[in-house]
Design a protein around this ligand. Structure first.
Ligand code: ZN
Length: 463
């Protein structure tokens, strides 16, 4: 009896030594297999040793393991995932996650974008909802922007096509199909060398997103290499195809809800297309929201079909306002040009800040024009200038301060809804309406010397 107990204890001690002194790869999964399959302690020790020698790979991955592997792959690429696959964490490898990464199955557009390719991508991303239970129909936003790509052509085996060429390839090449010889590849190479067709260094991406509490991420349904030299007409056609596809797909409007707005960055070509699609029809008494909106003085009641409106990313707009303030031209308010030089003098007067020259310089001379945090900080500080002590100001200084204060009041009304989580929905709307009226008054007074027509239009559309 005692001998048996001693032997058993020794087995447990051996097991403990193996799992505590070594980095056994995939240990949690190995133990879970041991429990599921009723292994003895000796067998579990043997399997742990095999795992250490790289001869056993427990593959009963949890959802968390898979999600983590996908995240690592997205952020760090194949190299990072390979390292973690070989490390004690033994995350799933690239081949394992390929089957669960839906996005991998998305179709890249080659040649003319077809509604059928968009429909296919809508089905891939919107058919199998990860959310359990009834899917709520909500408002939908379509957004479009460009992302940087590798800038190289590729072969798409599913369709036997050359991918990665810009939209010029539609008119310049007879076919994208590769076929049995090298002729079409040679023709494509010739067209690229002669500059008639470009290798797309960017991808135009269009995505639908749900205005819902869950599952609201933007899901891309169009990936198209581009050289960004397209016309506004082709941009409008593309948007129409996306709108049609959402309407037609059983996994689009029917399942998830109607398209309410189209969002864009400040791209000029797309802006023209957006005006064509989203501002051609005035709301009338037959529209259900007319009775709520018709009394609002100054509100533009022009929309697209079904009340479709356009939207511009507010972060881009904040950055563009800052770029203007940091330029020599600046923003004209009541005959005062609020620009970089003026702000450098006035920001120093704000108390409670460490205003060394470098800090002001960094704020007004951004190294990175994409820094949204800095943009918000600058607009915010201009709003703070309203409250400085003016009792000892000269009349000319008072005049300047009044102009800066009007601008500060306007920026405050614009920013509050985006940075103050305590505002109610009504207060947010009031604040934005205040911004709209201040901006409108200054634009009527100073026209393009206040802010550019495009920026003014984009701001009001965003509201
Ligand atoms: Zn091109």
């Amino acid at each position: 009896m005692l001998t048996r107990a001693r032997k058993k204890l020794a087995t447990y001690q051996r097991f403990y030594r193996i799992i505590s002194s070594n980095n056994v790869p995939g240990l949690p999964r190995l133990l879970s297999n041991s429990a599921d399959q009723d292994w003895s302690i000796s067998k579990t020790s043997e399997m742990a040793l095999l795992s250490l020698q790289g001869k056993y790979h427990p593959r009963n991955y949890t959802d968390f393991d898979k999600d983590l592997a996908i995240l690592i792959y997205e952020l760090g690429g194949g190299g990072a995932l390979h390292a973690l696959n070989k490390a004690p964490s033994m995350l799933p490898g690239r081949h394992t996650i390929a089957n669960i990464r839906w996005q991998h199955r998305l179709r890249i557009s080659v040649g003319e974008v077809t509604i059928s390719s968009i429909l296919e991508n809508i089905e891939i991303l919107f058919k199998d909802d990860i959310e359990v239970g009834e899917i709520q129909r909500v408002g939908i936003t379509l957004s479009q922007d460009e992302i940087a790509g590798d800038g190289r052509p590729c072969y798409l085996p599913e369709t036997d096509e050359i991918g990665g060429l810009c939209e010029h390839a539609i008119s310049e090449l007879d076919t994208h199909k590769v076929g049995c010889d090298l002729e079409s590849i040679k023709a494509a190479a010739r067209a690229v060398r002669e500059g008639r067709v470009h290798v797309g260094k960017e991808f135009s991406v269009a995505a639908f997103s749900r205005h819902a509490e869950s599952d609201y991420g933007a899901k891309p349904v169009l990936l198209m290499p581009t050289c960004k030299q397209g016309s506004w007409e082709s941009s409008a056609q593309l948007l129409q195809k996306l709108i049609q596809a959402w309407k037609l797909s059983p996994y689009g409007e029917a399942k998830h809800g109607p398209l309410l707005s189209i969002a864009s960055d400040g791209d000029g070509t797309r802006r023209a297309a957006l005006y064509l699609i989203c501002m051609h029809r005035k709301l009338g008494p037959d529209d259900p929201i007319y009775k709520f909106l018709s009394d609002l003085v100054g509100l533009n009641l022009y929309t697209g079909e079904g009340g479709l409106t356009m939207d511009f990313d507010y972060k881009y707009l904040f950055k563009r306002l800052c770029t203007l303030l940091c330029s020599k031209e600046g923003i004209l308010v009541n005959d005062v040009v609020v620009n970089k030089a003026l702000l450098a003098q006035w920001l120093e007067r704000l108390s409670g800040h460490d205003w060394s020259d470098e800090i002001i310089h960094a704020l007004l001379n951004p190294k990175d024009a994409q820094d949204v945090g800095r943009a918000i900080k600058l607009l915010w500080l201009i709003a703070d200038l309203r409250d400085i002590d003016t009792s000892e100001f000269l009349p000319s200084e008072r005049n300047t301060h009044r102009a800066i204060s009007i601008l500060g009041e306007m920026f405050d009304a614009l920013l509050q809804p985006f940075i103050n989580p305590d505002l109610s929905l009504s207060s947010q709307i009031q604040s934005l309406v205040k911004f709209a009226h201040l901006a409108c008054a200054l634009f009527i007074k100073h026209d393009g010397d206040f802010i550019s027509h495009q920026l003014y239009g984009d701001l009001q559309c965003m509201l």
